[in-house]
Write a protein that binds this ligand. Structure first.
Ligand SMILES: [Zn+2]
Length: 124
């Protein structure tokens, strides 16, 4: 039986490749915007989130003119980590804590390195 020709066209850029899957090696290497990242954008632009965020910041007595300096951090009540869509997508299941944006960005940038395309942590 002849070997099957495994060359195919990349579904993104159209070059011929012999990789598993649809994409050529260089398209594969580009990190796509994953579903959970899109979901994250949707989540944080909702009016529900704006309301929750405002509640958290006022509970912590942060003056309204400083709100732009803060992010609201998601923590699991048992302390086992941050926002985890496989655990819950409901903001109110989390302990919500205001954090200075500079600190929060550092934290999430470190965390997101260890997520798979579903937002699940895949270890360090
Ligand atoms: Zn390609």
């Amino acid at each position: 039986m002849p070997l099957r020709n495994r060359n195919k066209r990349c579904s993104k850029c159209g070059i011929t490749h012999s990789e598993k899957g649809e994409l050529c090696p260089s398209c594969k290497a580009q990190k796509p915007v994953s579903e959970w990242q899109k979901d994250k954008r949707r989540r944080y632009s909702s009016s529900e989130w704006k309301r929750i965020r405002a509640n958290v910041l006022s509970e912590y007595d942060i003056p309204q003119d400083e709100w732009h300096l803060y992010a609201v951090d998601h923590r699991k009540p048992d302390g086992s980590g941050g926002y985890d869509p496989t655990w819950s997508t409901n903001h109110e299941d989390y302990v919500l804590v205001p954090m200075l944006l500079t600190d929060h960005n550092r934290k999430t940038a470190n965390q997101d390195v260890f997520r798979d395309e579903n937002g699940r942590f895949v270890g360090k």
